[in-house]
Design a protein around this ligand. Structure first.
Ligand SMILES: O=P(O)(O)OC[C@H]1O[C@@](CO)(OP(=O)(O)O)[C@@H](O)[C@@H]1O
Length: 450
């Protein structure tokens, strides 16, 4: 439910075939693409061959296992990719998948020809995505991430793991054949050189492919954080009214005064840019922050249409059917003359793209908008995201890492009303049972490297 399937996305099914040596950020890119497309309701899934390899072969193989002259190792690896491709084809046909990512090194022409043939036989459009990198610092940073997060090195001394991983890379180097603009000009491919310092794009076939290309071109992996905050408590929040453009309450103004200190404690001396909506309550909240500020119309709160300025109790009384319809499917429900959560996600796409390009950003915005942004970074399913609890007077810090996003919540010690409405009631306030709607903690569960 809620996902575009083959019939409405240009009837096209795409297999993004990752290419590149180990520690080139392939799994990171794969996970990001899946998260981005899923957030846009395009059915996407990553098939990580490393996971299959551990199922059909040793759990902790050493570098010799990856030596191209090791017959047994080569056979296990071929079995693993065969299983992954089989599952991928089943997912396309049985679950109406639209974009699959085959996350493996796919480092030889022979392997790529084999995947190409299988894709063509199954009417899947293959798009090769190579991450080519000779930036030593970047590779070392990736190695350090892999050795701490890959199940291949679970329980192994980090120094031993690093040495072994370097030997594994050199084994792959013996047979690696990068994509080549001359030899591979009949293929659809994107080659990212040192992340996206230089990008070579060849033979893009569709709008969907071009969106994937545009997205990966905007990614970077420099360390940075994103801070999120709702505006301080507003007069409408106190009056239990939704929407509008009211000012902050006295407690909301206190939060605005305290925010610079809370941000400084969390961010230190780093340089931030503050993004607010165009509404009065976010700008008042950001007024004391000593950083460059930008206003975005796209960050305005979900438009409640004819219900703007009403309390949930008034909506239940005046528009009982709408009230129920929204509770039944909060993501899809569109207020008459207003917006749905899906509409908000669509208008937030440029914000997400720009966030991917930027470094340290603090966003001061609204409950529904924050839920959508948070859902993108934390991979929260559509049916859950509109029900997440995002309390007032709380700063959220997101730190994107190679295999997920780390989240920290910092509560300002300033009381505020709850604007949380549970399903099935028009009363506000959180009960302890809405645990499912709470924040997901720490890493958002991306599978480990191939
Ligand atoms: O989708 P729901 O849960 O109704 O939450 C969105 C609502 O949050 C509110 C507060 O109740 O946002 P805001 O943070 O701008 O004050 C309403 O204005 C808005 O309609």
């Amino acid at each position: 439910m809620g996902f575009y399937t083959v019939s409405n996305v240009e009837d096209m099914r795409i297999c993004v075939v990752m290419v590149g040596l180990p520690a080139r950020g392939k799994s990171f890119i794969s996970q990001k693409i899946v998260r981005y497309l899923s957030w846009l309701s395009i059915k996407a899934k990553c098939f990580n061959v490393g996971t299959y390899r551990r199922k059909v072969g040793p759990a902790h193989p050493d570098a010799d296992f990856f030596d191209p002259s090791n017959k047994e190792g080569s056979q296990v690896r071929q079995n693993a990719v065969t299983e992954a491709v089989k599952d991928m084809m089943a997912w396309f046909s049985e679950e109406n998948g639209v974009v699959a990512i085959l996350d493996a090194t796919n480092s030889t022409k022979e392997r790529r020809r084999w995947v190409l043939k299988l894709c063509r036989e199954n009417a899947i459009e293959p798009m090769f995505l190579e991450s080519w990198c000779d930036d030593k610092e970047l590779i070392l940073r990736n190695i350090s991430d892999v050795k701490t997060s890959s199940p291949d090195y679970e329980g192994i001394d980090p120094e031993v793991a690093t040495k072994d991983f370097l030997r594994r890379i050199s084994n792959y180097e013996k047979v690696y054949e990068p994509l080549d603009s001359d030899c591979d000009k009949d293929l659809t491919f994107v080659k990212l050189i040192n992340v996206a310092q230089e990008v070579i794009v060849n033979g893009i076939q569709s709008y969907l492919e071009s969106r994937v290309v545009f997205y990966v071109m905007n990614l970077h992996i420099r360390p940075r954080c994103i801070w999120l905050s709702r505006h301080g408590e507003s007069v409408y929040n106190v009056e239990k009214k939704i929407g509008g453009d009211s000012s902050l309450s006295p407690r909301g103004l206190q939060y605005a005064e305290k925010l610079p200190e809370i941000v400084r404690k969390s961010a230190g001396d780093v340089n931030l840019t503050v993004w607010t909506s165009t509404l009065c309550r976010t700008q008042q909240t950001a007024q004391h922050l000593p950083y460059k500020q930008l206003q975005w119309k796209a960050l305005d709160e979900l438009d409640a249409g004819v219900c703007d300025g009403m309390t949930y109790e008034e909506i239940e009384e005046k528009y009982p059917e709408d009230f129920k319809a929204r509770d039944d499917d909060k993501y899809e429900y569109r207020y008459p003359g207003g917006e749905s959560y899906r509409d908000v996600v669509i208008r937030l796409e440029p914000i997400i793209m720009e966030l991917e390009r930027q470094e340290n950003i603090l966003i001061v915005t609204h409950q529904a908008v924050l839920r959508c942004i948070y859902a993108y970074f934390m991979n929260v399913p559509q049916e859950e995201s509109p029900w997440m609890s995002i309390p007032l007077h709380t700063l959220i810090r997101l730190e994107p890492r190679a295999y997920g996003t780390e989240v920290t919540r910092i509560k300002a010690d300033i009381p505020a009303v709850s604007t949380y409405k549970e399903k099935g009631t028009s009363k506000l306030g959180e009960s302890s049972s809405d645990a499912t709607a709470k924040f997901r903690n720490l890493l958002n569960g991306a599978p480990p490297s191939a």
